[in-house]
Design a protein around this ligand. Structure first.
Ligand code: FAD
Length: 471
């Protein structure tokens, strides 16, 4: 169906041509096909991209296995006699890979079922709305760039895949390392640190910024740091990587603290989790005149690049690098192309979850941003301790729900810490996106005993009628 690509003047092979079949690209393709548009989806690896194959899904499977290990190890706390005999990584990987394989099969079926043409191979943008794959040029009336991201390293830090790993390598490990240095205390670094600690490894996180998960509200960072300390995870904040040497045992990592003092941390492995860069190099974007900055593709709130009919979604666009942002942007672009005039995806309304033990979940503004946006005196906060929440006590997890609201106005930020709080972020998002006031949420009934009640209780307290809260 694509052989006569663009040879008739004015003819295009597809209504929508998508470069990259990750979260952003495949969501766009699925929605466009649903809307009756013809779609070509170019993918050099596997449909599903980073999130499905080497990101969200496999890491969350590892984190679940880690939770099972913790439950076995801590079973006596609940009066259950069980013991953790060890971690069989082959078994863990089989479970993890099984989850990915089932989802991959389902996704491939969806793509096929919607009549999307998958073009296998590495694509390069060779014209205003043209992508060339293995010498064949394909054209679209609209082109959607969705080539995603890759694991970054630091200057002078060479990843070898054996001692010095990225998250892709870490997901393929066939044994539990005895010790690991995790470079980067952001979401990915904190999640791997959490998994490995649960599996029994000695873990040291090195973070250049003054706190772990620095993109979150400082209260959340503080709670995570406290929990990690209790779990025996070492972390060095305001500490920079200097160099790494391979030793007979593994690696010797030299780091420098804020005062300039250096120290050496020895470990079996070094995980480099210092962020993800846009996968745009050599893809022809700049050559075709796409406006870019530091390798990212610049797009406006309607995901439009500077070129007519060319859109960009997902991790290549500056902003939160999250799968659900990509999904929503992909859907948005498909609907935009179909003329449905959808509402743009609001960056601050995108929920964020770190799936470590304990979890961190948030939506909207942190306290500091809210204060600088609306004025110091125009913001109120309330922190509800999970100590008062029955279900959290049953689970034996600690943490809080922190609300940030405009005085006499809506809730503009929700920040949560505790096991499983990621599951609460859906309601938090509705509260934020619908600009609910605490008085709107307070009368809503939250089932008892659930962790959801903590959200309800926090709003009750902020509405001036605390139930299970002191003070
Ligand atoms: P990608 O998923 O990277 O997809 C891009 C696709 O384009 C890839 O399939 C690639 O092969 C293809 N491609 C690139 N260049 C070409 C080319 N020239 N020709 C053809 N194909 C090409 N996000 C969450 O929301 N929740 C999580 O829990 C989470 N956990 C994560 C854990 C890890 C370890 C990592 C690394 C990421 C995680 N993320 C998570 C982030 C999430 O994976 C990304 O935000 C998401 O995958 C971005 O989607 P995308 O479509 O922009 O790009």
């Amino acid at each position: 169906m694509v052989a006569d690509a663009g040879h008739t003047p004015g003819h295009t092979d597809f209504d929508v041509l998508v470069l990259g079949a990750g979260s952003g690209g495949y969501a766009c393709a699925l929605r466009a096909a649903q809307l009756g548009l013809t779609v070509g989806l170019v993918e050099k690896d596997k449909v599903g991209g980073t999130c499905l194959h080497v990101g969200c899904i496999p890491t969350k499977a590892l984190l679940h296995a880690a939770e099972v290990a913790d439950s076995a190890r801590d079973s006596e706390r609940f009066g259950v006699k069980a013991s953790l005999e060890g971690i069989d990584m082959a078994g863990v990987n089989a479970y993890k890979d099984g989850v990915v394989a089932r989802l991959f099969k389902g996704l491939t079926g969806l793509v096929k079922g919607r009549g999307i043409t998958v073009i296998e191979g590495a694509g390069t943008m060779t014209g205003p709305r043209e992508v060339t794959v293995d010498g064949t040029a394909y054209t679209g009336a609209h082109l959607v760039l969705a080539s995603g991201s890759y694991s970054r390293s630091l200057p002078g830090l060479e990843v070898d895949g054996e001692r010095v790993l990225t998250s892709e390598h870490a997901l393929r490990l066939e044994h539990v390392p005895s010790s690991v240095v995790v470079l980067g205390g952001g979401v990915i670094g904190s999640e791997f640190a959490s998994v490995w600690r649960s599996f029994g490894a000695d873990v040291t996180i090195v973070e250049a910024l003054p706190r772990l998960v620095a993109a979150e509200d400082p209260a959340s960072s503080k709670a995570l740091e406290r929990a990690f300390r209790k779990r025996g995870i070492t972390f060095k904040t305001s500490t920079r990587f200097s160099s790494v040497e391979r030793t007979s045992e593994g690696v010797a990592v030299t780091v420098e603290d804020a005062k300039g003092a250096t120290s050496v941390i020895e470990a079996e492995l070094l995980l480099v989790a210092v962020g993800r860069g846009p996968a745009t190099d050599g893809l022809g974007y700049a050559e075709q005149g796409v406006a870019m900055e530091r390798g990212f593709v610049l797009a406006d709130e309607r995901c439009r690049t500077n070129l007519e009919g060319v859109y960009a979604v997902g991790d290549i666009v500056p902003g939160l690098q999250l799968a659900h942002r990509g999904f929503q942007q992909g859907i948005f672009v498909a609907e935009e192309i179909a003329g449905l005039a959808p509402v743009p995806v609001e960056e601050s309304a995108i929920p964020r979850v770190t799936y470590s033990h304990p979890e961190i979940a948030s939506v909207g503004l942190d306290e500091e941003t809210a204060r600088s946006t609306y004025g110091d005196g125009a913001i109120e906060t309330l922190t509800y301790d999970l100590g008062g929440n029955g279900k959290s006590q049953i689970l034996q997890t600690q943490g809080f729900v922190k609300l940030v609201r405009r005085t006499d106005g809506p809730v503009v930020g929700v920040h949560m810490v505790g096991d499983r709080v990621g599951e609460l972020v859906g309601e938090a998002q509705l509260i934020y996106a619908w600009e609910a006031h605490p008085d709107d949420v307070a009368p809503l009934v939250h089932a008892h005993p659930t962790q959801n009640e903590a959200l309800g209780e926090a709003h009750l307290a902020l509405a001036g009628k605390p139930l299970h809260a002191h003070g």
